[in-house]
Design a protein around this ligand. Structure first.
Ligand code: FES
Length: 131
């Protein structure tokens, strides 16, 4: 498992789409020179990941983006309420449900690992990814 490009590899800058075409709280899947990359928007920030799950290589970027279910407990540890926290978004791999933090790409159940991510920039309203 790696984070970022291999040392010495040459990245190429790709034009992806107008920034408004990336939905807030969701993303788009694009082919950049034969590599599938998911570009996501969360709270106005863009994040790009390799469409390859760390588990068995599933198409993680085509999975759903969901908030996190949280529990509010009383002093005795009983559940007072259960609610969806949309400020903490997860990318869910469609094959077996592994969850990744949408902002960091970290594997939610073991943050030592994360999806390969790519640099995203916006110039004149257009999204570019170095992949
Ligand atoms: S391949 Fe993604 S959870 Fe198994």
């Amino acid at each position: 498992m790696s984070d970022g490009a291999a040392p010495g590899s040459a990245l190429q800058r790709y034009r992806v789409c107008p920034v408004d075409d990336v939905p807030e709280g969701g993303g788009v899947l694009v082919d950049l020179g034969g590599r599938e990359v998911g570009v996501f928007k969360h709270q106005g920030e863009l994040h790009a990941y390799d469409n390859r799950c760390l588990h068995q290589g599933g198409p993680v970027c085509s999975g759903e983006v969901l908030g996190v279910t949280r529990l509010e407990l009383d002093a005795g540890g009983e559940v007072v309420r259960e609610y969806l926290d949309d400020s903490d978004r997860r990318l869910i791999c469609p094959w077996h449900g592994w969850e990744y933090d949408l902002v960091t790409g970290e594997l939610a159940h073991d943050r030592r690992f994360r999806l390969r991510r790519f640099e995203v920039t916006v110039e004149d309203g257009i999204v570019y990814v170095d992949a």
